[in-house]
Design a protein around this ligand. Structure first.
Ligand SMILES: [Zn+2]
Length: 199
């Protein structure tokens, strides 16, 4: 027997989520059907609104529903430092610890010759543009992950930015080699920011 079309479509939709196979998708689909109509509408609206209202900040590349984002326009932040991360999730990880109060820049990736990712494939041009029209920034902290690609990206940025007379630093390696910012605990991150070294 085949499921009625609306259920089959719902199962297909759930299967598009990462890590969700047919069995889980089927369970979620039947769970959804049993939910209150109001809850289902709230859920559907949340999906659509998140997709339609969120975009990347034109200044820093962080995810936001206003442009520029709340961090870029926050006057209480130290506008002299920009902390560069690979992913939007890293901004959340670092900002959560309430230790760093400067600005951010999200690269949306790292340089990876193996995957054919060069400077034009990640959000570097806008970082350079940001630094060119700006005499407030005195330090760029590169907080890419401690992977070969993250290190290569850090060196590339240092070569590009240092000639402009801006200090370029790298997070201290309390972070284990190969580790992701995303999974580092708060104390490790805090120490990594405090003990950063000049590139
Ligand atoms: Zn921003």
């Amino acid at each position: 027997m085949q499921y009625p079309d609306p259920i089959a479509k719902l199962i297909d939709s759930y299967m598009k989520l990462p890590g969700v196979g047919e069995k889980t998708a089927t369970r979620l689909a039947f769970y959804t059907i049993d939910m209150d109509k109001e809850d289902v509408h709230t859920f559907a609206d949340a999906l659509v609104n998140a997709k339609e209202q969120l975009h990347y900040c034109s200044v820093c590349g962080n995810i936001t529903d206003v442009d520029p984002c709340a961090i870029c326009t926050d006057k209480s932040r130290d506008r002299g430092t920009i902390l560069v991360v690979e992913q939007v999730k890293d901004v959340m990880s670092i900002d959560r610890m309430n230790e760093y109060h400067g600005l951010y820049h999200v690269l949306h990736g790292v340089l990876s010759p193996i995957e054919g990712l060069g400077p034009d494939d990640i959000n570097i041009t806008s970082l350079i543009r940001r630094l060119q029209n700006n005499d407030e920034v005195h330090e760029v902290i590169v907080a890419t992950n401690a992977t070969p690609e993250g290190e290569a990206t850090a060196s590339y940025l240092a070569r590009l930015i240092k000639p402009a007379g801006i200090k370029v630093t790298r997070l201290a390696h309390g972070l284990a080699v190969g580790s992701d910012i995303e999974y580092a605990d708060q104390m490790t991150l805090m120490k990594a920011v405090e003990g950063r070294t000049e590139l």
